[in-house]
Design a protein around this ligand. Structure first.
Ligand code: BES
Ligand code: ZN
Ligand code: ZN
Length: 501
């Protein structure tokens, strides 16, 4: 097992060598999910019952005396001989939300153990297979701590032991999401565009099926990537376009494009105090598509995928692009800059057009922390999905159901296209509308111009890409104030579904 990491190595998920309940094996905590009956009482049968019998009946006691009801995330810790047993409620056994309940329950049990336990055993014997897989993935994801920059490292959890899951699948998904999280949360001075390119060479050197091409600044200028060059030229760390290719089938080429603004100051339209907060995660779209490719390539999924990462710093400087500049995009479209803070659509437009016209991708999906407007509309957990293709929407929505990464399809009204042209007297279109209304829709309509003949979908992940919601608003397996790596699983699953048809 080789795992190339940027900052954070995930705990390793493996099978038990012997029964860790009855034998004194080196397990610091045993997490036991408990389902609920229709009448909201815990179901104590099978492995749960055996463990309770073996360890003095403390669970039944807690039900009797303390009203332990196995609601989602409710825990009971029993110290027993060489270890501790953490019973955790995962809600009703026959729930439409069973996967989310299991993810949240397990994550709530695991989080407090991260600094205490080196090895955790998970007893998921009585779960359906899909819930079992989600349980162990949630355990892995809940353990994420970005301690690379801390002098004192507190996280101890290294191993998760569980019976009877697809270990390669579980480990790969957790690794892919950790990779996305590390990238999304990286400070801009540590992961500027050129450094990201070097880092990806390193990460993907492990996966020989992936090739990497890096367009440096001179090449971007020479080949007319006006969007990427204009946004990126104001920083001493110049932009890159990173292209990762994975071809393991002769099927239609699918392009994944990720907004990778390493830091978004807003440019000359400088963001104010609060707005700057968390703009290091304005590369969460790029992080998502990179994580997705890692998962696909490591699993050897039969697919033909190209990932495009336009990586820039939107900085403020004498050399920055200006509001009222007219720039020429890679595909020849001219754009009048109404606001330098609407930079994501400019770098994406070049990459999307390049994917559609030059690389001849049949399907193009982009992920981007594109607009504050989508956060106002959908909040911190849901992404906005924009596409004219009902077929593509259906696949992405199914993938979202499976992975628990929430989204909501948004409209793309033809009438609103008038906004695109109304804004610019000088150029073909403007990069911002002349109204405050429908900001996220405008962003999508702008991008659509550059999708040309491809079947295209856009995920505005400004909410879940940044994350940082405490407690029960966000899923419990999200890493507190940090970006959760939203989209890595979702896009891997989407591509898997598209490629297997
Ligand atoms: N990166 C921001 C969008 C964003 C805001 C992401 C909050 C996550 C949280 C994007 O580049 C931006 O600044 N968009 C502007 C567009 C506007 C100028 C048309 C916005 O949303 O205000
Ligand atoms: Zn911006
Ligand atoms: Zn931005």
């Amino acid at each position: 097992m080789i795992v190339v990491v940027i900052y954070t190595r995930p705990p390793y998920i493996r099978a038990p060598e012997e029964d860790f309940i009855l034998k004194e094996v080196d397990v610091d905590a045993i997490v036991v999910p408990v389902f609920q009956d229709e009448d909201e009482t815990p179901i104590i049968e099978g492995a749960v019952s055996d463990i309770d019998d073996e360890t003095g009946g403390r669970l039944r006691e807690a039900v009797e005396l303390d009203g332990f009801s196995a609601s989602v995330g409710e825990t009971l810790t029993v110290f027993w001989k060489w270890t501790r047993i953490v019973y955790v409620g995962v809600g009703p056994k026959n729930s439409d939300n069973i996967l989310d309940n299991v993810r949240n329950g397990i994550a709530k049990a695991v989080k407090p153990l991260v600094e205490k336990a080196k090895t955790i055993g998970l007893v998921a014997d009585d779960m359906p297979d899909d819930a079992k897989l989600e349980a162990v993935i949630a355990a892995g994801l809940a353990a994420y701590r970005l301690e690379h920059f801390k002098s004192e490292k507190k996280a101890k959890l290294r191993t998760i032991i569980v019976k009877g899951v697809d270990y390669k699948l579980a480990n790969t998904i957790v690794e892919g999401v950790y990779l996305a999280r590390d990238i999304a949360n990286a400070p801009p001075n540590d992961l500027y565009p050129a450094k990201l390119a070097e880092t990806l060479k390193n990460v993907f050197s492990e996966l020989r099926s992936v090739t990497i091409e890096v367009f440096d600044y001179d090449r971007l200028v020479r080949e007319g990537f006006g969007g990427i060059v204009s946004v990126g030229k104001g920083s001493t760390h110049k932009p890159r376009l990173i292209v990762l290719r994975y071809k393991n089938s002769d099927g239609d080429k699918i392009a994944l494009v990720g907004k990778t603004v390493v830091f978004d100051t807003g440019g000359i339209n400088l963001k104010k105090g609060d707005g700057l907060f968390s703009m290091r995660s304005d590369k969460a779209g790029g992080a998502a598509v990179i994580g997705a490719l890692y998962i696909l390539a490591k699993l050897g999924v039969k697919a033909n995928v190209t990932v495009l990462i336009p990586a820039v710093i939107n900085a403020i400087d004498g050399g920055s692009y200006l509001p009222s500049d007219v720039i020429k995009m890679w595909d020849g479209t001219t754009v009048e800059i109404g606001n330098t803070d609407a930079e994501g659509r400019l770098i994406l437009a070049d990459a999307i057009a390049y994917a559609a016209k030059e690389l001849k991708a049949k399907i193009v999906i982009d992920a981007a922390t594109l607009t504050g407007a989508i956060v106002v509309a959908l909040g911190p957990v849901y992404a906005g999905l924009f596409t004219r293709s009902d077929r593509l929407a259906a696949v992405i929505e199914e993938a979202s159901q499976a992975t628990g990464e929430k989204l909501w399809r948004m409209p793309m009204p033809d009438e609103y296209k008038a906004y695109l042209r109304r804004k610019s007297p000088l150029a073909d279109i403007g990069n911002v509308p002349n109204v405050r209304a429908a900001g996220a829709i405008y962003g999508a309509l702008f991008l659509e111009v550059f999708a040309h003949d491809s079947e295209w979908a856009h995920l505005d992940i400004a909410g879940p890409g940044i994350g940082g919601e405490p407690d029960d608003v966000a899923p419990a397996y999200w890493p507190g104030s940090l970006a959760p790596g939203y989209g890595a699983r979702l896009l891997a699953e989407t591509v898997r579904k598209l490629a297997s048809r």
